[in-house]
Ligand binder design. Structure first.
Ligand code: HPA
Length: 169
């Protein structure tokens, strides 16, 4: 899963890529609420290893092979559609979030419940919220930053992910 996200960690620059180690679901809803049946996976799915460590290592290796270091960290999802206030960003930093966005968590949670191995990468498109006096954050800026990061994102995602163990008999 890929997304654009606002960087909360102070060192993050637009265009950085962050392999997601874990997430905080701050969307206000749980995507797994609703009718359950056993073919969808467990009723109360474990999420303690949601982002597969081998796949995360693979992404870091691919970044190094392409000549750059991918960051890693915790992604916090809000429902959006508004970007965050500075106070929200400060609060999310205290909760342990390194980047914030409006997606990915529902897909990752459902895939995990279905038993799929999950990995995800954030393209840091901007600094989350704005210091006072700085230019306002726009969707256009997010699109532009992700466009510039596309070749590096491609380096992470191009190639095989499956192993022989993933292929059902
Ligand atoms: N906040 C939330 N979602 C985002 C951001 C952001 O700063 N940038 C790109 N998606």
């Amino acid at each position: 899963v890929t997304n654009a996200a606002g960087g909360i960690r102070p060192e993050f620059q637009p265009g950085d890529l962050m392999v997601i180690d874990d997430h905080i679901n701050f969307m206000g809803v749980n995507p797994l609420v609703g009718a359950w049946e056993p073919t969808l996976g467990p009723q109360f799915p474990d999420q303690s290893r949601l982002y597969d460590s081998e796949l995360r290592d693979l992404l870091h290796r691919r970044a190094r092979e392409a000549g750059f270091e991918a960051a890693h960290g915790v992604y916090l999802a809000t429902s959006g559609p508004a970007y965050e206030t500075p106070a929200e960003v400060a609060a999310f930093a205290r909760l342990g979030a390194n980047a914030v966005g409006m997606s990915t968590v529902p897909e990752a949670m459902l895939a995990n419940r279905l038993g799929l191995r999950v990995c995800a990468v954030s393209c840091i498109s901007n600094r989350a919220a704005r210091a006072q006096g700085a230019a306002t954050l726009s969707h256009q800026e997010v699109i532009e930053a992700t466009r510039q990061a596309a070749p590096r994102m491609q380096a992470l995602l191009t190639g095989k992910f499956a192993t022989a163990d993933d292929v059902p008999d």
